[in-house]
Design a protein around this ligand. Structure first.
Ligand code: HEM
Length: 153
């Protein structure tokens, strides 16, 4: 169960990143060129948020299964940032924050009347969400905790 979840969670990060980057580029292009907000762009807004929500659900499930998180909650804690405290506190909190920002942006954009404002809202909120996600991902070069780019098992 844990192995399957971590594999899915690792792969799904790429879907989250690709859809977010594509949505942000589309939003900045639409905003700067005054394009019309097509049905396809609206689908992109919607699916980008949905993919992030699926990753959030996988993350929450993984949280209940992770040996690191179990260790954190059953042993004395220090204030040092270790791999254990990173995954038990920091990673999930930052990702939750990012997805809240993204969800607010998606909902606000949907309610804007002018296409120009829809693009602007997506560009701003999705960019902030992307920045937080990039910081919270345990990249192989991250100063907080390191995991591989692709997990093959
Ligand atoms: C956009 C949202 C998220 C992204 C992109 C993301 C990405 C990642 C990545 C790349 C890993 C490393 C996977 C590996 O070991 O190969 C990871 C690990 C982990 N994530 Fe997330 N994550 C997200 C949200 C969450 C959330 C919301 C939670 C829970 C509250 C969570 C809990 C965990 C845990 C517990 C681990 C490590 C488990 C372990 O090694 O024992 N993630 N995440």
């Amino acid at each position: 169960m844990f192995q399957t979840l971590i594999f899915l969670h690792s792969i799904f990060r790429w879907l989250v990143l690709i859809s977010l980057v594509y949505a942000i580029i589309t939003a900045f292009r639409g905003y700067s060129k005054n394009l019309s907000f097509s049905k396809r762009t609206d689908q992109l807004r919607h699916w980008t948020a949905t993919i992030a929500h699926i990753q959030l659900m996988i993350g929450f499930t993984l949280y209940t299964q992770s040996p690191l998180v179990k260790y954190y909650f059953t042993n004395p804690k220090t204030f040092e940032l270790s791999e254990i405290s990173f995954f038990s506190i920091v990673h999930g909190s930052l990702m939750l924050l990012a997805i809240i920002v993204l969800t607010i942006g998606s909902a606000l954009a949907k309610r804007k009347a002018a296409d120009h404002d829809k693009f602007k809202t997506i560009a701003i909120y999705y960019s902030i969400a992307l920045l937080i996600i990039l910081i919270a991902i345990p990249w192989p070069f991250s100063p907080f905790s390191q995991r591989p780019f692709i997990r093959l098992f």
